[in-house]
Design a protein around this ligand. Structure first.
Ligand code: RB5
Length: 153
């Protein structure tokens, strides 16, 4: 498995820990930064990771900022990206099984590194279940591509 990881200035330590954790699990990691603690605008790393995921260069992405909110919002503006902020392993797992998320995000100011590792592990080991969930994900894609949704329920 190959994942991209990105962060802003408040999440450098958390990112380093998660990157090392992923590599210890045999995951190939592309770290798009930032690597230092000077102010860094989270949309930059959110976009870099989203681009790699949308272009099929990696199997998925991990994004970390203070809350996980800004960086996931930025990533979700790239076509084909389904990024969600998670603070618990259950949501992380279900976000892959039901929503086929291709990026997981969390906040370095919200959760600690051990919980973050559990979240990432549940997420990367989960599989999209397809079926009725595919129909719903297709509806999300329809909204993304057309700015409309034909189905009413
Ligand atoms: C940076 O201060 C903070 O706004 C950022 O890390 C993130 O929480 C934004 O959503």
């Amino acid at each position: 498995m190959k994942l991209a990881i990105g962060n802003d200035h408040v999440a450098v330590d958390m990112k380093n820990e998660i990157r090392d954790f992923l590599e210890s699990r045999g995951v190939e990691v592309i770290d798009v930064g930032t690597h230092d603690r000077g102010r860094f605008n989270y949309p930059v790393s959110g976009y870099r990771v989203a681009r790699l995921v949308a272009d099929g260069e990696v199997d998925g992405g991990v994004l970390i900022c203070g809350t996980g909110v800004g960086i996931s919002l930025a990533a979700n503006k790239v076509k084909g990206i389904r990024a969600c902020v998670c603070s618990d392993p259950y949501t992380a797992k279900l976000s892959k099984q039901h929503n086929n998320t291709n990026i997981i995000a969390f906040g370095a100011r919200v959760i600690g590194p051990e919980l973050a590792k559990m979240i990432v592990e549940e997420w990367m080991n989960a599989k999209f279940e397809g079926g009725r969930h595919q129909t719903r994900v297709d509806m999300i894609t329809e909204i993304e591509e057309t700015q409309h949704l034909n189905a009413q329920e």
